[in-house]
Design a protein around this ligand. Structure first.
Ligand SMILES: NC(=O)C1=CN([C@@H]2O[C@H](COP(=O)(O)OP(=O)(O)OC[C@H]3O[C@@H](n4cnc5c(N)ncnc54)[C@H](OP(=O)(O)O)[C@@H]3O)[C@@H](O)[C@H]2O)[C@@H](O)CC1
Ligand SMILES: [K+]
Length: 461
């Protein structure tokens, strides 16, 4: 996993104060990283337009223009007059080299957005909106310097943002790049080295970006084993039985030795999935909530009182019953609307889905600081997983997964790993990665995935 930071000003300051690196040195490295990226990936292109603002993001762009000048046909466009000391200095250097400055945006092979970086501190005015829309409308390779202009420090996009193919972010990953809203603007994210290796530049953090290598698939290294060695998951099926059956199938395909669906009515299940009317004595984990509907309260209470690991999903997020188990290390997997209900039930906040989506991390942190044992997995295009103070982001998901039944597969995967003995946080992380990567591996197209396809892809990981 890679570290993510809410802000990097303090990290830049540490470079000046502890390592004797000036702002000028850091900025040269920022510009050099963008130069190398462009030369290594787009040496066949000719024209580059660099749009600059008045602060140090703009200064990065002017420095980049100097580095690329003559190798490419570079033009500088100033959205506003240089204001920061570094922008004024970089402009002087650029002018000494006669780098072309243009008054109107022109078609170019590559556009580099250096209008606003981490200093965006107010709403975009009409001119900025016009400019960003104009840049977005051009058919060019689009590179954002540090962060696409228009995305604020907390990851919100109020009106518009630069629509980047790649964002070259300076020094370290920033939280703002990983909001759900930002996902459609940031493109591929690369980190520029600012003069020292990242491991030196970075300090400690509580936020991490998950990588493929963080997926820990179940394994069967011991041959002297039997089905009981790989756990017994009970999936509680309520009135919408399909949800529980999908979860059960996913769990079985992900390695659980025995999977039983708990249901009072007789179900038509695949032969390898068992049915039980009550929680099995030897079950090692319970999945409950998906499709639960109006289950009898006393029975749900009894199920939740079982001393085994649990994953809770869907309908239970609307029920106060859940409050009784929030002092346990259970896994909760709400989608945004369900999480709003949970926030309300737990007296943390009474907010709309939109308010949540604009502040996903804030509300996750409020919830997990009130209930530090719970592992919360907040669904979204960038899934957030958190326990206590630590927070992990899974960015591998895509719109392929935006389908009924995908969430039931996820619950089954979490339940499967819990039943096989994973700790709740590890189960949530690996299940979420398996789910998203399986979705990404589905190559037919981006609209036709059904739960059984997803389970098939999980089985191929
Ligand atoms: N520090 C370092 O060592 C390094 C820094 N680096 C680079 O610096 C960038 C941060 O630079 P920055 O702090 O100067 O902020 P930046 O984003 O350029 O803009 C601030 C200016 O914009 C203005 N403004 C804000 N919002 C506005 C709006 N809506 N509409 C209009 N104007 C608006 C704001 O106005 P003011 O607050 O002055 O009124 C201010 O003048 C960072 O992203 C990275 O690229 C790298 O080189 C690595 C080394
Ligand atoms: K930018």
């Amino acid at each position: 996993m890679q570290k993510i930071f809410d802000e990097v000003n303090s990290l830049d300051k540490r470079c000046y104060e502890e390592f004797g690196l000036s702002e000028d040195i850091l900025m040269e490295h920022a510009a050099l990283s963008m130069q190398l990226y462009i030369q290594e990936n787009h040496s066949d292109k000719k024209t580059i337009l660099i749009a600059c603002g008045c602060g140090n993001n703009g200064a990065d762009g002017i420095a980049l223009a100097r580095l690329l000048h003559k190798k490419f046909d570079v033009s500088l466009y100033f959205y506003s007059k240089a204001k920061s000391q570094m922008a004024i200095l970089q402009e002087k250097r650029a002018k000494a080299l006669d780098i072309p400055i243009i008054e109107e945006v022109i078609d170019s092979d590559i556009i580099v957005d250096c209008i606003f970086g981490t200093g965006l501190n107010k709403a975009l005015d009409d001119d900025a909106v016009l400019l960003i829309n104009e840049l977005n409308s051009l058919d060019a390779i689009k590179i954002a310097c540090d962060i696409p202009s228009g995305i604020s420090f907390d990851g919100q996009v109020k009106s518009v943002a630069f629509d980047a193919d790649v964002t070259i972010t300076m020094g370290a990953l920033k939280t703002s790049l990983f909001s759900d809203i930002a996902k459609d603007f940031v493109g591929e994210i690369k980190v520029a080295n600012l003069g020292v290796q990242r491991e030196i530049y970075e300090t400690s953090t509580n936020k991490y970006l998950l990588e493929k290598k963080d997926l820990k698939l179940p394994n069967r290294k011991k041959h002297n084993s039997h089905k009981g060695s790989y756990g017994h998951l009970n999936v509680v099926a309520g009135c919408k039985k399909g949800a529980g059956i999908i979860a059960a199938k996913a769990a079985f395909g992900f390695g659980t030795g025995i999977v039983s669906v708990v249901c009072h009515e007789n179900l038509d299940l695949p032969y390898h999935i068992m049915q039980t009317h009550f929680i099995s004595k030897n079950c090692t984990a319970i999945a409950i909530g998906m499709g639960l509907g109006n289950y009898e309260i006393a029975e749900v209470q009894k199920i939740l009182a079982n001393d085994v690991k649990k994953i809770v999903d869907a309908d239970l997020f609307y029920d106060e019953l859940l409050l009784d188990v929030l002092d346990e290390d259970i896994v909760l997997t709400p989608h945004p609307k369900e999480f709003c209900s949970l926030l309300k039930l737990s007296n943390i906040a009474d907010i709309s889905v939109e308010q949540l989506q604009n502040n996903r991390i804030k509300y996750v942190e409020e919830f997990t600081s009130k209930y530090p044992k719970v592992v919360l997995l907040l669904k979204g295009t960038n899934v957030i997983i958190s326990q206590g103070k630590n927070l992990y982001i899974n960015t591998f998901g895509s719109a392929v997964l935006s389908k009924g039944g995908s969430g039931d597969v996820l619950s089954g995967l979490v339940g499967s790993l819990l039943a096989q003995g994973y700790e709740p946080l590890d189960a949530a992380i690996s299940a979420s990665l398996a789910h998203a990567l399986a979705g990404a591996n589905y190559k037919k197209n981006d609209f036709s995935l059904i739960p059984s396809d997803l389970i098939e892809e999980v089985r191929r990981l």
